[in-house]
Design a protein around this ligand. Structure first.
Ligand SMILES: Cc1cc2nc3c(=O)[nH]c(=O)nc-3n(C[C@H](O)[C@H](O)[C@H](O)COP(=O)(O)O)c2cc1C
Length: 349
């Protein structure tokens, strides 16, 4: 089977693949540009980009400055090729500023989840930017799209469905995560399609984000009816991903039984690897930290057991003892640190 291209709004890629915007600094200018060159949608993660010292006194402006720089670099590395987008989590305290900066920097699409991105169309205004919400149920999508229609007369340009096995934050209760058969990608697809058809968005692409490691996984998602996929975990160990090689090795060595779910300071469950930090948190201890800048609206620094910004920066740096390693249930499929080209070659006919 020849894999179809992926059309979203006025954008198109050779392969039906979006590279997930993975924070902190994993989905950066280098990974996004490589993805675009190889035939996918490249995404820069907007979280945690600023210089740490400068962010302490001027968090919003410093974050904007580095995001603009990353977008510029990615465009340059991709030779101006599209589609380049950003991932902006609703839970960020500088959500509005990140969206407005992305629009000023001329991105092609914005992916937004970790909460319902209700004000996104307002912040984007009339700019020609594809809006792609991330959801985990038809019910949440219905609430979001009804609000977009009522308040802004705006439809989504694509929708990403995250399943219960995916890496990072999860839009499910712990009970649902214990019973993934109740919220599988097949079940959510039916609900999502019903909502989209009812609202007159039957032709808008719907993408699956969960456990995609190879061409066969993409074909399985397409067979359910999805128009394409978003890939996170499997791209972390690519040479182009923006984290230290010591952290990439953690992902290469990880096995299925190393994957667990803990409560994240973001306020959602998060799927991670059982590394030293997670083991300490699971045994009830609290890490010492002072909140350098309030990066999340939803975090209570006085109560949470660790600082997620600090932990993800440790992962980026290769500090395995103190890092937080978000990963999906397909992590075991990562066998080596590999050039991204190897993955995209395997999608060719
Ligand atoms: C290390 C890591 C970092 C992530 N960072 C973000 C993020 O900053 N924003 C976001 O919306 N999703 C984030 N995600 C979720 C991904 O966007 C994506 O939906 C998910 O990884 C897809 O499932 P998979 O990991 O099974 O491929 C992250 C996932 C991982 C594994």
């Amino acid at each position: 089977m020849k894999l179809p291209s992926l059309k979203i709004r006025n954008l198109e890629s050779r392969f039906p693949v979006i590279q997930a915007g993975m924070g902190v600094r994993i989905g950066n200018s280098v990974l996004s540009a490589a993805t675009i060159r190889l035939g996918g949608y490249g995404t820069i993660a907007s979280v945690g980009l600023g210089d740490i010292e400068k962010s302490k006194t001027d968090f919003a402006n410093e974050s904007n400055r580095v995001l603009a720089e990353e977008i510029r670099k990615s465009r340059e590395l991709a030779g101006g090729k599209k589609p380049l987008g950003v991932n902006i989590m609703v839970a960020l305290s500088n959500y509005k500023e990140m969206v407005e900066q992305s629009v000023r920097s001329g991105v092609d699409f914005i992916i937004s989840g970790a909460g319902l991105p209700i004000p996104l169309p307002e912040y984007v205004g009339n700019a020609d930017v594809a809006l792609i919400p991330v959801i985990s149920s038809g019910r949440a999508l219905n609430v979001l799209l009804a609000a977009w229609k009522r308040k802004f007369n705006r439809a989504p340009d694509a929708v990403i469905v995250e399943g219960p096995f995916n890496g990072g934050h999860l839009g499910f209760t712990l009970e649902q995560i214990d019973h993934p058969e109740t919220c599988s990608l097949e079940i959510i697809f039916k609900d999502v399609k019903q909502v989209m058809n009812q609202m007159g968005y039957g032709n808008v692409p719907v993408l699956a984000a969960e456990m995609i490691s190879c061409r066969e996984d993409i074909e399985r998602a397409l067979a359910i009816g999805y128009n394409g996929v978003q890939i996170g975990t499997h791209f972390i160990a690519s040479e182009e991903a923006g984290l230290d090689h010591r952290s990439k090795e953690v992902y290469v060595k990880a096995r299925r039984e190393d994957v667990t779910v803990i409560k994240s300071p973001v306020g959602l469950p998060v799927r991670v690897l059982k590394t030293p930090l997670v083991n300490r948190v699971l045994s009830g201890s609290r890490e010492k930290f002072t909140c350098p800048y309030r990066c999340l609206r939803t975090c209570n620094p006085g109560k949470v057991p660790f600082c997620i910004a600090k932990a993800l920066l440790s992962t980026w740096r290769g500090d395995v003892d103190n890092g937080l390693y978000m990963a999906g249930c397909n992590v075991e499929a990562i066998k080596e640190i590999y050039p991204l080209e190897k993955f995209f070659r395997s999608l060719e006919d």
